[in-house]
Design a protein around this ligand. Structure first.
Ligand code: AMP
Length: 279
């Protein structure tokens, strides 16, 4: 496994690969867990080589506190990647990516960016679009792997690829969970024991909401979820929405032909957790 911090050196390596080599790419912010590794394993099966980037992208953080405290575990990240035979790792600094101008470009994702995370995290998806586009230019992947854990991000990347007519194929990957149902996240390591113990309540509620959605209308389900969270003082519900899987627009009336997903964001103390479920 080779590790590169400089754009020029990883580009040189990629250019030296035999013509036709397929490249699977997994962009990450590090503090890797089994969720990330499941993406790397999938990429490994489907491509000749796998590239993983580890970069805590400053332009996608809306809260300075979240950026500063984002966990960094580079040594253990590299051991985990080595163990699953990752080929190339890209670990640039912010200066390497942005030079002296740590700013996002402005994107139009046809409205996807105004829903849910876009409402609560100002500028987040401009930051995501900026870094993913830049990384795609550097790595030139054949396929890129994104977790459904960040479902809105996945749809936004698909939109960007389509609109910019990039040749990379976007591969969605299932949400990887702890045995108690909590979606794996780098931020989970920052939870207090108390918050970690109640956090599985999020997925438990999503599963119950899914069952209720079979017989009740969306408004009833939303009200029910909001009430459930009022009973759990350690968790503060930021939003719960039921939306169309493609457009991410909130459901108005249930249509049998459409596919829906429930999306949730919750604060456990000052740690923000997100999750979603297909309905
Ligand atoms: P991050 O390091 O949080 O930016 O995540 C990097 C990639 O891993 C993104 O495509 C995430 O959606 C994906 N990912 C993070 N957590 C999980 C998980 N629990 N299951 C599946 N994919 C995940």
């Amino acid at each position: 496994m080779l590790v590169f911090a400089k754009i020029k050196s990883i580009q040189q390596k990629i250019k030296s690969l035999p013509k036709g080599t397929s490249i699977g790419f997994v962009p990450t912010m590090g503090a890797l867990h089994q969720g990330h590794i499941s993406l790397v394993e999938k990429a490994k099966k489907e491509n000749d080589i796998v590239v993983v980037s580890i970069f805590v992208n400053p332009t996608q953080f809306d809260r300075e506190e979240d950026l500063v405290n984002y966990p960094k575990t580079i040594d253990s990240d590299l051991s985990l990647l080595k163990a699953v035979f990752c080929d190339l790792v890209f670990t640039p600094t912010a200066e390497e990516i942005y030079a002296n101008n740590i700013q996002s470009a402005n994107f139009n994702f046809d409205g996807l960016e105004h829903q849910m995370e876009g409402k609560f995290r100002q500028g987040h998806f401009d930051g995501v679009g900026t870094i993913v586009k830049r990384l795609f230019e550097i790595v030139t992947p054949t396929k890129a792997y994104f977790g459904e854990k960040d479902y809105q991000q996945l749809q936004i990347i698909r939109k960007m690829v389509h609109k910019s007519q990039l040749s990379v194929k976007i591969i969605p990957c299932d949400i990887f969970r702890e045995t108690d149902g909590l979606a794996m996240s780098s931020r989970n390591t920052r939870l207090t024991n108390e918050h970690r113990n109640v956090a599985p309540f999020i997925y438990k509620t999503l599963k119950q909401a899914k069952i209720k959605f079979g017989t009740e209308n969306a408004l009833e389900v939303i009200k029910w979820v909001e009430n459930e969270f009022k009973k759990e003082p350690l968790l503060e519900l930021e939003y719960f929405e039921i939306a169309d899987e493609e457009t991410l627009l909130p459901i108005k009336t249930k249509n049998e032909k459409q596919k829906y997903r429930a999306f949730i964001a919750v604060f456990a103390g000052n740690i923000r957790l997100i999750d979603n479920i297909s309905l």
